[in-house]
Design a protein around this ligand. Sequence first.
Ligand code: PLP
Length: 320
Amino acid sequence: MLDLSHVVMNGRPHSPFVELGRENGYIENENLTDSELIMIVYLNGEFLEKENALISVEDRAFLFADGVYEVIRCYGGRPFRLEEHLRRLDESIRAVRIDLSDSRPIGEVAKRLIVENGLTKGDALIYIEITRGSAPRVHIFPPKGTKPTVYVGVVEFHPKHSQMENGISVILVPDIRWTRCDVKVVGLLPNVLMAQRALDEGADDAIFVRDGVAIEGTASNVFGVFGGVVVTHPKTNLTLAGVTRDVVLELCIKLGLPTREAPIMESQLSEAEELFLTSTTMEITPVVEVDGRAVGGGKPGPITRRIQKEFRELVRSSRD
Ligand code: PLP
């Protein structure tokens, strides 16, 4: 159980909200970036200045990538689909058998960090990481009672508006990941390598292909429109069950657009009327080029636009 009642700030009991942050005048230069600001983060029961939040070199995530994470978007300071993200976090924790019985208070920690860091107005991201804790390096689980490491941080976020507006190019890459891609683990090396490969080859992102199927992006789900039907890969062990993916499927129902959860073959991509990626940070980003070939006439399609518009409205209404 994560008990927040004892939370301390830099070793002192933490009384309501810290003096730091844009909103209470401590920071005079509004143009400072997050990296120049004194950011407050949460680590293992304490609210700390980020530079004082230190993790052991024996942390299991450092040694084995033995941890899970979540990324949550805030619009105007309000976390979007917080419950869904926390539920997925809980599922990840249980899937990898980290001994943390109750992750629910993390939502309250995150909301508090938004306020304390003066991020109540614009776009922000919440990053949560839970690891199996710190212990001498042996592969088996650490001794019972080893406390998991719990970290929550927030950053100002700058969405890639031009990509959402004009679309992106992707390359197809082999899916060299493990077969539990449904668990949001911090071991993202294949994703890192393939995102970088895309950049090196002059594209914006990459889509993983496994056994001829376009599985998902390096940090997003893939949707295609075929004969007017909006298609995305089913929720299996090979994809992350994206929160944005679920929102898009809901919006399609609302808009009366037919949907189908089925694999999209690599060979079908060139026939797609429209293609787009979805994620917490990319929202709904059109794909207009795959491996150098134009998709859907090389520009974002009408169905993608309708879903984008509906998504913006949903975000606006959930802020009211
Ligand atoms: N697939 C992968 C591999 C991801 O890393 C992400 C998000 O980071 C997604 C899909 C999209 O998930 P969500 O919409 O919950 O951000």
